[in-house]
Design a protein around this ligand. Structure first.
Ligand code: HPA
Length: 235
């Protein structure tokens, strides 16, 4: 058994083509939900949720396998990076935002055969850690915000955005599922979102998936720095 770190990372579209991944060792673990490929960054497991070849669309991500794998690898604190669209003009593409709550009306669960209801929560302790790291690196970020999860893979209609912008700050397709499953496994979880676009209809420009991907890679350098800091922390 490896001497795994208690911290683990789940990353998204911002992490492809990074030095960190090029230098990391690729590993695989089996879970009751399927196999999970991950990287070892030092002794810290890092899962790329869209798969190493970027072929897994958001609605097909095996969140249960990913979270189960983290628990199996002795991780207790999960730091997640999620790409999002902004629902507010003041939250601009290029900004970072630390999520403090979320809305998801299609939750996933490990509890299919037993009646159990967790109280969802993003880890206040890990929010604090993220906030300290971003300040140390002098990065601009929003201290808190509500994440609205849609199921994808299509982007939202303007009418949908018009509705949800009254109740949330950012929109994405992955984080709430991970946060819920992590809590069900009693793992601490927090997310740093990279704002890669204005959601459909928030700006006058037509929203194109290609533009979102271009912006995602602009955030990569800073995310690499943050991951290096996470590897150093002692919780
Ligand atoms: N909507 C949903 N998910 C996203 C977006 C968006 O605008 N941008 C990045 N992930």
């Amino acid at each position: 058994m490896h001497g795994y770190s208690k911290t683990g990372i789940i990353g998204g579209g911002n992490l492809y083509d990074t030095k960190i991944l090029k230098e990391a060792k690729e590993e695989m673990t089996l879970t009751p939900y399927g196999r999970v490929h991950y990287y070892l960054v030092g002794n810290q497991p890092l899962i790329i949720r869209h798969g190493i070849q970027r072929k897994v669309p958001p609605h097909r991500i095996n969140h249960k396998a990913n979270i189960f794998a983290m628990e199996k690898l002795a991780v207790r604190y999960i730091f997640s990076f999620n790409s999002v669209g902004s629902l507010k003009k003041v939250i601009k593409p290029g900004d970072f935002l630390i999520v403090d709550d979320y809305i998801n009306f299609n939750p996933v669960t490990f509890y299919d055969d037993v009646i159990k209801h967790i109280s969802p929560e993003i880890s206040p302790e890990l929010i604090d850690v993220l906030s300290k790291i971003l300040k140390k690196l002098n990065l601009k970020f929003h201290q808190k915000g509500i994440y609205f999860q849609t199921s994808g893979p299509r982007l939202e209609t303007k009418a949908e955005i018009n509705l949800i912008k009254n109740f949330a700050d950012i929109v994405g397709m992955t984080m709430a599922s991970e946060a819920t499953l992590a809590k069900e496994m009693d793992l601490e979880y927090a997310s740093l979102c990279s704002v890669d676009n204005y959601a459909n209809g928030i700006s006058e420009n037509t929203l194109l998936a290609e533009d979102i991907m271009k912006n995602q890679s602009k955030m990569t350098k800073n995310i690499e720095k943050i991951i290096k800091e996470i590897a150093e922390i002692k919780i």
